[in-house]
Each structure stands twice: as C-alpha cells, then as structure tokens.
Write a protein that binds this ligand. Structure first.
Ligand SMILES: Nc1ncnc2c1ncn2[C@@H]1O[C@H](COP(=O)(O)OP(=O)(O)OP(=O)(O)O)[C@@H](O)[C@H]1O
Ligand SMILES: [Mg+2]
Length: 381
C-alpha cells in the first residue's frame, strides 16, 4: 500500500498507512483485553480516535526507540466514539448518519483502521450498486472454462471482509436501491454469505470473528427513512452532529490545514487571526446568527467543517503559488465563492448580506475584518 521508491506518490493514503506509527505505538502499549478478531483493545481504539492528550507512547520503529503521541482526530462528542465502539463489539452493524461533511466517512475509516488494520474493504453506494458488488461476481472466462469454483469467484469487499473477520464499510448506503440494501439483512443477522453455485459445503461462507459493518448515510440525500425496517433493525444508529464549539472547530481546521499543506509540499503561513475569520464565517452562516446576535439567513449550501478545511487549504495554496505565502483575507473570499456559491443564486445574496451587515460592522473595529470586507467584490462572479 505504501509508495515504492520509483512509484509516483499516492494521492491519499488510507488511515492505517497514514497513522501506522500511532497504531504500532498503541498496539505495543495495549495491556487491555482485545475482543476476538480485534487488533487493539476498545480503549486503544478510543485513544486512536480521540488522542493521547500529548502523552508519548514508547515504541520501537524501524529498529529505533521512539515516543509517539497519538493525535486527536475526531472533535466533538467523545461519548459517541464509545458508543460506536460498543456497537462494533456487538451483533449489530453501525450506521453513522448526519449532515454532509460531519466526518462520518472519516470516523468509519478510523474505526476500521484501528479495529482490524484495514479500512479499504469499502463499498460505495450509488443508484447503480448491484447485488454482485455487495456479494460476489465471477471471472466469466474461468467460469465457462472450469465451471463454478472458488478460483472463478471474484469476491466483493464484503465477501473478503466477512471471510477474514474485518470491518467492512458501506459508504452512502441509502443511495443504493432498497432491494439491494436488503441483501445485507441475512448477512448481518446470520453472519453468513451463501454462494449457491459452489454447493452446500463450499458455498457457505461463515464470518470470522471481528467481522462487522459500518455504513454511512447522508441526511441531505435520500434519507434513511427509505431503508427497510428489517434492515434498520440490524443496525445501531448514531447521529454525527456538526461541531458546536467554535474554538474546537478552529483548532481542528488549523490542524487539518497544516496536515494537508505538509502533505502537498506547499509552504504558506496562516495567521491564527485569519483562520479565525474563516471559521467564524462558517460558524455564523451555519448557525444563522452572528456572535453579536444578528440574525443571518443561512445559505442552502452546507457550511460544514469539511468545507471550511477545504476553503482554508485552497486559500493557502492560492497564497503559496500566487502570492507571497501569507494567507490574506482576499484569498479566503476567492475560495468562498466556489464553496458557498454553488448553484443557488439566492445564496449569493445571503453572503453579500452577511458581508454588508456583519463583516462591515466588525471591520470598523478590526483591520483583518476590514480587509475581508474590502475584498467582497471578489464574491461577484
Ligand atoms: N467532528 C469532526 N472531527 C474531525 N474532523 C471533522 C469533524 N467534522 C468535520 N470534520 C472534517 O470533515 C472531514 C471529513 O469529512 P467526511 O467526508 O468524513 O464527512 P462525511 O460526513 O462523510 O460527509 P458526506 O456526508 O458528504 O459524505 C474531515 O477530514 C475533517 O476535516
Ligand atoms: Mg461521507
């Protein structure tokens, strides 16, 4: 999975590769009991997601002794993480639902990476998802030549995950048709997958311990109400909410932007005050009320934390490649255009109103907000 010396670098590494050192350090220091099929104990999985509060864990990496602090990756409801882990320990699948950009996919990837060391057994739900993509398909050349055999069978991520006792992820499950989703009912309740073509013995694939399913569903698309109640009963539902605390969000967006910048090789300076402008804007527009108490009309676009990170990162790239490397308010305004003003002309009016009322007033007391306000003409595309 890691890049070989002559390979071009991988665009994005899965969590188990990206955080391999942290996972190794957690495993080396994990004294608590591990559930069957799990690589880490539930407490260590929790620490992987919520961080070790700066505490360094001793570990030997590539023959050298090192101390690795586990970074905080999910900000918000810590209890939610405990509940998710407990669900994965039990018989039911875990269904993460919520608004777009609330880190559902990230959380499912982190949980899978920590529990079984692999987050890539993933099915993406679309209107075109077929039963074959969920269960298995065939290599037709071999099937015709030799008849049905395990050699001719092409396993799905779910098939291999079940056979090897891994966490399987089903992204955006509600985008796939209900009758296709329902394929999961018997797999989740009996923990077995049948391949009738392989006969009575070979055709019964039993799940190994450690197998479970994490599905995600976005509340803005086709909702979970379109899921059959039989399937709903096989899942524990957890709602992931947007981050309510602005300081938390500021910390997260700063940390993630630095991480993305480090990975991209670009150098840019993001002053905390400028980052604050951005996060405050997202916070105000999402909540529909400014810190001073002014009511603001909320744009129809989702002002999620994930979008804030993407605006911050793009602004930093803009500053690095087209400016002197210091992120300035106009960089933010330019990138806001692509995020907020997507396809709804009314959103443009709402943003302009936000600038004319809230940003302008703050600009009378603060030079950064003034520069932000002065850049508002960039919103007119
Ligand atoms: N509470 C949070 N903790 C950590 N990161 C968060 C949080 N909320 C949002 N993020 C940001 O969101 C990004 C991941 O978004 P992700 O794609 O997982 O969201 P999603 O809920 O799956 O969205 P969608 O419904 O559009 O698929 C993270 O990389 C991070 O930048
Ligand atoms: Mg997602």
């Amino acid at each position: 999975m890691t890049a070989k010396p002559n390979d071009r670098p991988v665009a994005r590494q899965p969590a188990e590769v990206l955080f391999a050192d942290e996972l190794a350090a957690l495993a080396a220091n994990d004294k608590a009991a591990k559930p069957p099929g799990w690589r880490l104990s539930p407490v260590a999985v929790r620490t992987f997601i919520l961080g070790s509060d700066g505490k360094e864990l001793p570990v030997t990496l590539a023959g050298k002794k090192a101390g690795v602090a586990v970074g905080k990756k999910f900000y918000g409801d810590d209890i939610l993480i405990d509940r998710c882990i407990v669900t994965l320990l039990g018989n039911r699948g875990l269904m993460l639902v919520g608004e777009p950009g609330t880190a559902k996919s990230m959380l499912s990837e982190l949980l899978a990476a920590a529990v079984c060391g692999s987050s890539t057994h993933t099915i993406q739900g679309t209107a075109g998802t077929t039963e074959d993509q969920i269960k298995y398909s065939w290599n037709y050349a071999l099937l015709l030549a030799e008849g049905p055999s395990t050699r001719a069978l092409v396993p799905s991520p779910l098939y291999s995950g079940l056979k090897r006792g891994l966490i399987v992820r089903f992204e955006e499950i509600t985008r796939s048709p209900q009758e296709i989703q329902d394929t999961l009912i018997s797999i989740l309740s009996d923990k077995v997958l049948h391949v009738p073509e392989l006969g009575e013995e070979e055709g019964v694939v039993l799940a190994q311990k450690g197998f479970n399913l994490i599905a995600t569903a976005n509340l803005r698309d086709r909702g979970v109400h379109e899921m059959s109640s039989a399937l709903k009963r096989r899942f524990n539902f957890e709602t992931v909410h947007p981050i309510a605390d602005k300081d938390f969000e500021l910390e997260l967006v700063t940390q993630q932007t630095q991480m993305l910048l480090g990975d991209s090789g670009a150098t840019a300076r993001f002053d905390p005050d400028i980052m604050d402008l951005l996060v405050t804007t997202f916070h105000d527009l999402r909540s529909g009320r400014s810190a001073e108490g002014t009511a603001i009309e909320r744009p129809s676009t989702v002002m999620s934390t994930a979008e804030a990170v993407s605006v911050a990162f793009s602004a930093a790239l803009d500053a690095a490649y087209f400016g002197d490397g210091r992120v300035q308010p106009p960089h933010l305004v330019r990138q806001l255009v692509g995020t907020v003003l997507k396809d709804n002309p009314d959103d443009a009016k709402k943003i302009r109103h936000y600038f004319d009322v809230v940003v302008k007033a703050r600009g009378q007391k603060n030079a950064n907000w003034k520069a932000y306000y002065d850049a508002r003409k960039l919103l007119e595309t």
